[in-house]
Design a binder for this molecule. Structure first.
Ligand code: NAD
Length: 265
């Protein structure tokens, strides 16, 4: 990413950016001068309003694709769609993610396949589609949103933990392959960020345990973070935006915790 005064604004795709960390990242990249393609699900009128609002603040082009990343052909097409509208893609943030919580012995097979498709395989497809133009231009930034659960295990989330460990492996492998072409590939590993993916889990756990939602948040999620506070989406977005900058040219193949100390235990 370059600042808004740069002669050549960067073109970015942020998957899963209709809410939460992805939306904060799209905003941060746009404010830094990037043209951005948003992606994800949600109410179309609200998404159009978001695009217009970000564009008005940043003065850059903000567009949207509803590509369903559980489908490999749509994940690949997302990059060509973005290229057709914005030009060659310089920055790719693979952020879309879903969760399903169940013990392994009763974990549904279709949920395993879906989680692996969205949280891991989609990044393989988008990276493969984006790399040729980055190599040609000898500049590229790829950031994958992993999780603290890409670094440590957790019960009842086998597909999520496997996919997030997998995306860190993919990150390292890609980083080595493309390093000589001016392209970096990194992962960020957030702790608990209060977004729809977590709100759903808090509501579920409250129902199962009979605790109030604030008690679940405190006992199950905040307890793991020495800072004792939720990670704001903007802090994850700022880390991603830095990794997308020229200043981060020597940072590659990393998995950076933004986790309030979660993984220090
Ligand atoms: P979120 O639910 O707000 O965002 C998820 C985004 O992914 C949404 O835009 C949604 O529409 C999109 N999405 C879901 N399925 C999709 C599909 N098939 N195709 C395209 N888009 C799809 O949650 P979030 O917390 O902002 O999650 C963003 C990323 O951060 C995820 O990869 C998640 O695993 C990761 N993460 C979140 C936390 C947390 O505590 N919230 C912690 C660690 C990692």
């Amino acid at each position: 990413m370059r600042n808004r005064n740069a002669a050549v604004p960067r073109n970015a795709v942020v998957t899963g950016s209709t809410s939460g960390i992805g939306l904060a990242t799209a905003r941060a990249l746009a404010e830094g001068g990037c043209h951005v393609m948003l992606n994800g699900f949600g109410d179309r009128a609200e998404i159009d309003r978001l695009c217009a609002e970000i564009a008005a603040r940043s003065g850059t082009t903000i567009v949207y694709s509803g590509a369903d990343l559980s489908r490999p052909e749509e994940a690949r097409a997302l990059v060509s769609e973005a290229t057709a509208v914005l030009g060659p893609i310089d920055i790719l943030v693979n952020n879309a993610g879903i969760q399903h919580v169940a013990a392994l012995h009763e974990f549904p097979e279709d949920k395993w396949d879906l989680l692996l498709a969205v949280n891991l395989s989609a990044a393989f497809h988008t990276i493969k589609a984006a790399l040729p133009a980055m190599r040609e231009r000898r500049w590229g930034r790829i950031v994958n949103t992993a999780s603290v659960l890409g670094l440590v295990g957790a019960p009842h989330k086998p597909a999520y933990v496997a996919a997030k460990h997998g995306i860190i492996g993919l990150t390292k492998s890609v980083a080595i392959e493309v390093a000589e072409h001016g392209i970096t590939c990194n992962a960020v590993c957030p702790g608990t960020v209060l977004t729809p993916i977590i709100e759903k889990q808090i509501a579920q756990q409250a129902q199962v345990t009979g605790l109030r939602e604030e008690q679940v948040l405190e006992a199950v999620f905040l307890d793991k973070m020495p800072t004792g506070r939720l990670v704001p989406p903007d802090e994850v977005a700022a880390t991603i935006a830095f990794l997308c900058s020229d200043a981060a040219a020597s940072i590659t193949g990393t998995a950076i915790p933004v986790d309030g100390g979660y993984t220090t235990h």
